[in-house]
Design a protein around this ligand. Structure first.
Ligand code: ATP
Ligand code: MG
Length: 636
């Protein structure tokens, strides 16, 4: 099979292509029509088909692989490891579904899930899917105000939480955060279901509102809850975007198209079939966790590892040990995690038998060349960069080892995934770009199955956020990209990360790549600061691998960063100021928050910080700004 042929068919004969792909899942009633695109850009895939995500992920495997491990839950925080077979998952999910139904949850109701990365989070999600209820998982690291915001938007009937999570050996009590969020909410749910892990001695349940899951569950032991067969477009879940560029958007996902797209991508992209093992290191609270910890691997009849803990604890070999122990074929992680592991002794990797491991996929943020090169050389496996978004639910750009594995190119997430018709649009002219020309990445609608169907409760925001940027009706989340002559795409950052220096348009990503290629630099962030003569000038924030020491040392370090950038990108990209910082502001999902850096540089209010991971990072930046640039001023 050639990638080119399969891809072309997916674009030129989408209905035939997707009709065939739909055969990979079970339908209670087969679709009457593959696509309804009578109201662009809204679209409905598999119209009239009735199916259920939980049935496809669990029930249908019972006959063939009931005793095969489905989910292996590992916590290096509580030092527990437990393997759940498909039959075990079926039992747990039914108990959960019966408990939720007992609290009044019905088809179409929303359920907010606020849990650590443990098996019960997956059971809660699958239980909602079983009932046709719409879950909205909120990442367990979010604070009360973030949770409150999402509750008020989703208006759940029930909230499911754990008593606590753990991070780096510390217990993080969830329930008080839930209590605080519910106080702040305009639309609190009527019931809170608490999975008590026994981590919080001071756990308090509010009579009438809060329920202990284990106690309620006893009433439903052994009950089998019938699957709710829902129409393909029925929403399966809501998931809020990271909020890197502003207020998070409630991405609404369909059911049928999502199941089909996941089944396809498990084979084509991740090359995982029944009985094979996938380890996705993400959190169930992110889209990667939804698609490739929970639904994707289970729909495929594979085994999925869900992991609570740090990549470095009890030692930096933990992930590789799990890969060896469970025979992981595909590891899916993020550039941030790899950068953490890069600082460790590579023997932690080499000590383990990784003969079953075939691929390491990385997604969520740009995979810089130094990290990609290090990972390839040190892990010795194919490193595959994946580009996608919460909105799309599955990769937009990737290499496809399950179809035809093309060579990788450093810095590129590869080629368009099946079903994605992409265009690069010149921001000024609105015309399609030629090879080698920078443009804004857009998807030609109708969006393929599995992508968002709208923004929850706000069709207008769906249209204005994603479909109103060009003359043509095109979807875009405004990432800047370039395509080379072989059709490979390179993501250059977000369009609001492009700066204009004396009429030259520069992507901050390019400058960051160049800076982080400097041996001294662990990570860099670049923003454009207003400048009277040039319009904007690049300002670099660099996190060094080791302290540069005194003022002289710092100036030398800054000078070598500058020299490298000028050497690679030309004088126009030369930073006006370089600040050596101890931390960089990031979102909870590990993405650089350039907008807050920009605001601090321009002495504005840093804006909505609810998605900020570590408030200390902003203080580190403020301190650096007060101390002044580490780059000696240049003449002229
Ligand atoms: P918001 O939309 O709320 O501002 P966000 O865009 O950070 O937040 P996500 O959906 O989590 O929310 O992230 C998707 C974005 O992450 C992409 O649009 C892109 O900017 C970036 N991204 C994801 N994967 C890659 C990758 N492989 N290479 C480069 N950038 C990537
Ligand atoms: Mg986005």
């Amino acid at each position: 099979m050639r990638y080119e042929d399969v891809y072309r068919r997916s674009i030129e004969q989408p209905e035939a292509f997707w009709a065939e792909a739909a055969g990979a899942i079970d339908w209670e009633t087969p679709p009457e029509r593959i696509l309804d695109y009578s109201n662009p850009p809204f679209r409905r895939w598999f119209v009239g088909g009735r199916t259920n995500l939980c049935h496809n992920a669990v029930d249908r495997h019972l006959a063939q692989r009931g005793d095969q491990p489905a989910l292996i839950a590992v916590s290096t925080e509580t030092n527990e490891q437990r393997s759940y077979s498909y039959r075990d998952v079926h039992r747990e999910v039914n108990a959960f579904a019966a408990t939720l139904a007992g609290l009044g949850v019905e088809e179409g109701d929303r359920v907010v899930i606020y849990m650590p990365n443990i098996a019960q989070a997956a059971f809660a999600m699958l239980a909602c899917a079983r009932l046709g209820a719409v879950h909205s998982v909120v990442f367990g690291g979010f604070a009360a105000p973030n949770l409150a915001l999402r509750i008020d938007d989703a208006r759940p009937k029930v909230l499911v939480c754990a008593d606590a999570g753990m991070r780096a050996g510390k217990v993080i009590r969830y329930k008080p955060l839930v209590d605080r969020a519910l106080e702040a909410c305009a639309h609190p749910p009527g019931a809170v279901l608490v999975v008590n892990r026994g981590l919080d001695d001071a756990l308090e349940l509010q009579a009438g509102r809060d329920h202990d899951f284990d106690r309620l569950r006893q009433q439903h032991e052994g009950v089998e809850v019938p699957v709710a067969w829902v129409e393909a477009s029925h929403p399966s879940y809501l998931l809020y975007t990271s909020g890197t560029t502003g207020k998070p958007k409630g991405v609404q996902r369909e059911t049928g198209g999502y199941a089909v797209a996941l089944a396809l991508s498990m084979r084509a992209v991740y090359d995982i079939g029944p009985g094979q093992v996938m380890f996705t290191t993400s959190d169930v609270g992110w889209v990667v966790g939804h698609s490739y910890i929970v639904y994707g691997p289970l729909i495929a009849g594979a085994t999925s590892i869900i992991y609570e803990g740090l990549p470095t604890s009890p030692d930096p070999g933990i992930w590789w040990r799990l890969c060896a122990e469970h025979g992981v074929r595909t590891l899916f992680s993020s550039p941030t995690a790899i950068r953490v592991l890069k600082k460790q002794d590579p023997d932690h990797i080499h000590r383990h038998d990784l003969s079953k491991l075939q691929y390491v996929f990385l997604a969520g943020e740009p995979l810089d060349e130094p990290t990609a090169r290090w990972a390839g050389e040190t892990i010795g496996k194919r490193i595959i960069d994946n580009y996608w978004q919460t909105e799309t639910g599955w990769p937009v750009l990737s290499l496809l080892p399950g179809v035809d594995l093309k060579p990788s190119k450093l810095g590129s997430p590869g080629l368009p995934n099946l079903g994605y018709r992409l265009k690069l649009i010149n921001e000024v002219s609105g015309e399609e770009c030629a090879a080698g020309e920078k443009g804004v990445l857009a998807i030609v609608p109708p969006l393929p199955p599995g992508c968002l169907s709208t923004v929850w409760g706000d069709d207008q925001r769906f249209l204005s956020s994603y479909f109103s940027h060009f003359k043509e009706l095109l979807y875009s989340s405004l990432d800047w990209a370039i395509r080379d002559e072989d059709g490979y795409y390179f993501i250059l950052g977000r369009t609001d990360d492009v700066i204009n220096v004396a009429g030259h348009r520069l992507g901050t990503r390019e400058i960051e790549e160049s800076a982080s290629g400097c041996a001294l630099v662990a990570e860099a962030a670049v923003i454009g600061a207003a400048d009277e003569t040039k319009g904007q000038v690049p300002v670099v924030f660099a996190l060094l691998r080791q302290s540069a020491g005194d003022t002289d040392g710092r100036q030398q370090a800054a000078e070598s960063i500058r020299a490298r950038i000028v050497d690679q990108l030309g004088a126009v990209a030369g930073p006006a100021r370089i600040y050596l910082v101890e931390a960089l502001p990031k979102t909870r999902s590990g993405k650089l928050l350039r907008r807050s850096l920009q605001a601090l540089v321009e002495q504005r209010d840093p804006g909505d910080l609810s998605t900020l991971d570590d408030p200390g990072a902003l203080d580190a930046v403020k301190r650096a700004l007060e101390q002044g640039s580490d780059l000696k001023p240049r003449k002229g």
